[in-house]
Design a protein around this ligand. Structure first.
Ligand code: HEM
Length: 179
């Protein structure tokens, strides 16, 4: 898919508009495809990578602002937690956090908004029970990262969350079978 920014990737003086009399771009006729012109497809794929990561993966990706209000909710989040994007946007993260964990969550959230840093090692997954729209308990593993605006000021936090309910239940079942 062509993106608006692609034109900026063309070598200077090169026109990307197709010749009206030919089905191929005149710049390529009888010439090797110039090396620089090969760049846009790679750059475009890279630009699309962001979209694929956000929209195409089964994990939930949730971004919330400095106040903890949900500002981005992908299809994985809808699948895992049951709320549509329209239902989740502008809501507090509380909609997926069991009441007894909210104080700990907001304490950690506010600390990270102040310091820009996680209290945990970079490779540490947080494992918590969460709630879906029907009120069922899920087992979730997640990681968080601070998100800054253009001026470098911290604007919110993004989380990637995975539903590990089945894995956890299987582990519990196996442990039960051993004892
Ligand atoms: C799925 C439901 C969630 C539950 C049950 C939950 C619960 C918790 C708990 C218990 C903590 C304290 C962990 C600790 O310090 O040991 C925590 C920390 C935190 N949570 Fe949540 N949370 C949830 C979702 C989210 C989401 C979606 C975000 C961000 C968009 C988020 C952002 C944070 C942050 C930034 C911390 C501090 C982490 C750190 O210092 O490394 N949480 N949460």
């Amino acid at each position: 898919m062509k993106k608006d920014g692609d034109k900026d990737l063309q070598p200077s003086g090169y026109s990307s508009s197709p010749c009206s009399m030919h089905s191929v771009d005149p710049a390529y006729m009888g010439l090797e495809r110039p090396a620089e012109v090969a760049r846009p497809s790679g750059e475009t794929a890279l630009a699309n990578l962001g979209e694929a990561l956000l929209a195409g993966l089964p994990d939930a990706i949730v971004y919330s602002d400095s106040k903890g209000l949900i500002r981005f909710w992908n299809s994985g989040a809808q699948r895992i937690f049951g709320y549509t994007e329209a239902e989740a946007l502008d809501q507090s993260l509380d909609i997926i956090i069991p009441e007894r964990l909210r104080a700990r969550h907001w304490e950690g959230y506010e600390r990270m908004m102040e310091t820009g840093k996680s209290r945990h090692a970079a490779d540490k997954l947080l494992a918590v029970p969460a709630l879906n729209k029907s009120g069922d308990k899920l087992s979730i593993q997640f990681t968080v990262a601070p998100v800054t605006g253009r001026d470098g000021v911290l604007e919110g936090i993004v989380a990637v969350l995975r539903d590990v309910t089945e894995t956890f239940e299987e582990i519990r079942r196996l442990r039960g079978a051993q004892s």
